[in-house]
Design a protein around this ligand. Structure first.
Ligand SMILES: Nc1ncnc2c1ncn2[C@@H]1O[C@H](COP(=O)(O)OP(=O)(O)OP(=O)(O)O)[C@@H](O)[C@H]1O
Ligand SMILES: [Mg+2]
Length: 333
């Protein structure tokens, strides 16, 4: 595997909230570590409220962790200021979910794409208009679209403009938080294909946040599954989809209708609600809904690799396929 672009270690982020007359803390991200390599797409999946967007914001330095570090090529943004911090920010760009809300209606597409150069004059090209035209064409738009305003574009076209804006600063990593979920199904595939082409052509890395497992299966190299602010399983996408080992991952994947054909496993219907992130269970966060839970689960399970060093699971009772081991290995044991 090529070099790590981003290494996040033990990230924590809580939010104070008012509950009636008392105050409480939402533990949105609770000890997450994550590495993203050059040219790689790491997807983060999990139910609503599990902390995906908070993690994305921490990685993009749109928010600061209470604890832990986000290192980009060896540099932690919390320790730098001024030009060095600007350079850090330049290298990580964000594509947002809603292309209707994220583009300023009063600006032309050309100004939107050029806007990042105001904060980063060092990246301003000699001929901004020509570069805007180039960027628009790179994302499948026309150079003449630069003079139109966002209202004149469809959702898919708006998202292309959002991507062109993210590319204006030549980033290394793009954090894409549900980049296609606001779009029509027919348009989603075009945007995903565009993102894949740009990745190949420009060597980009993606942190791809999505609840759409079919999209994730298509685009991700690696997958991290989150539950109540923690990563409960992570590994190569094929491994996660073919051999999920955490009970939560198994339940999550079994509930995705798009995946049924490839996956003959029984549907697992989870009992109970997701616990409130203001009062997560002690020990394993999933144990209140887990059909395999035992007393051992009162201890927080570490995120550990088992058979495959790249596939880690935080569970005291991880699932093992009976056929997962080679026959002679079985005989030896
Ligand atoms: N600024 C904030 N103030 C208070 N609570 C917050 C804030 N941001 C997030 N939270 C809470 O933190 C938890 C994680 O939120 P987050 O938005 O990261 O989840 P998510 O996985 O992105 O969910 P979704 O799939 O719905 O987008 C939730 O309980 C949410 O209510
Ligand atoms: Mg979110």
């Amino acid at each position: 595997m090529s070099d790590a672009v981003l290494v996040a270690t033990d990230l924590e982020r809580s939010f104070p909230i008012q509950r009636g007359f008392s105050k409480a803390q939402v533990r949105a991200v609770d000890g997450v570590s994550l590495t993203i390599h050059q040219g790689e797409t790491v997807a983060v999946i999990g139910e609503s409220g599990c902390g995906k967007s908070t993690l994305g914001r921490l990685v993009a330095h749109l928010d600061e962790p209470d604890a832990g570090r986000v290192m980009l090529a060896g540099t932690d943004p919390s320790g730098i200021r001024g030009r060095a911090l600007r350079e850090w920010r330049r290298r990580v760009q964000v594509v947002f979910q809603d292309p209707y809300a994220s583009l300023d209606e009063r600006m032309t597409a050309g100004r939107i794409v050029a806007e990042p150069w105001l904060a980063h004059p060092e990246k301003r090209p000699a001929d901004p208009r020509a570069r805007v035209a180039e960027l628009l064409e790179l994302v499948g738009m026309r150079a003449s679209d630069a003079d139109k305003s966002p209202q004149q574009f469809s959702g898919g076209q708006r998202q292309r403009i959002g991507i062109a804006r993210a590319l204006a600063l030549d980033p290394e990593l793009i954090v894409a938080d549900e980049p296609v979920s606001a779009l029509d199904l027919s348009v989603q595939a075009h945007i995903i294909n565009l993102m894949q082409r740009l990745q190949t052509d420009l060597g980009l890395s993606y942190l791809f946040i999505s609840h759409d497992l079919a999209v994730v299966r298509h685009i991700a190299d690696r997958v991290a599954v989150m539950y109540l602010g923690r990563i409960v399983e992570s590994g190569p996408a094929d491994e996660i989809f073919e051999r999920p080992t955490h009970p939560y991952t198994r339940a999550l994947l079994s509930a995705a209708p798009q995946l049924d054909r490839a996956d003959p496993r029984q549907r697992i219907v989870l009992q109970g609600e997701i616990p409130s992130p203001t009062q997560p269970p002690t020990g394993c966060g999933f144990r209140t809904r887990c059909w395999l839970a035992t007393e051992a689960c009162a201890e927080v399970p570490g995120l550990l690799a088992r058979d495959n060093p790249r596939h880690a699971v935080a569970c005291h009772h991880p699932f093992r396929e009976p056929t997962a081991q080679p026959a002679d290995e079985n005989r030896a044991s």
